[in-house]
Design a protein. Sequence first.
Length: 117
Amino acid sequence: QVQVVESGGGWVQPGGSLRLACVASGINFSLYTMGWYRQAPGKQRELVVFVTSSGRPNYEDSVKGRFTISRDNAKNTVYLQMNSLKPEDTAVYYCNCKHDWAGYNYWGQGTQVTVSS
């Protein structure tokens, strides 16, 4: 049984930092591209960043220089370090696991990030 569980969300003031974590169990983690998406109220879900199975990251322009994605294959975990947070970063953040060739695709339940003063 596949489980994808995010943690680390919360409330933070503008300029603050949060670190999200996503643990994926029941999959061969090293064969998956891991991504973080977010969905703000009234908006569509959007890709924030992903890291390939080989460890190469790709960032959406609005988070470049502020967010850092990393993965630990031994722990089946992907992290998102978010610095210099802005109110427009407020959203539910979702973890996504996409198999490199087999078409398997899994989502977590999401974790809320709120940036406000």
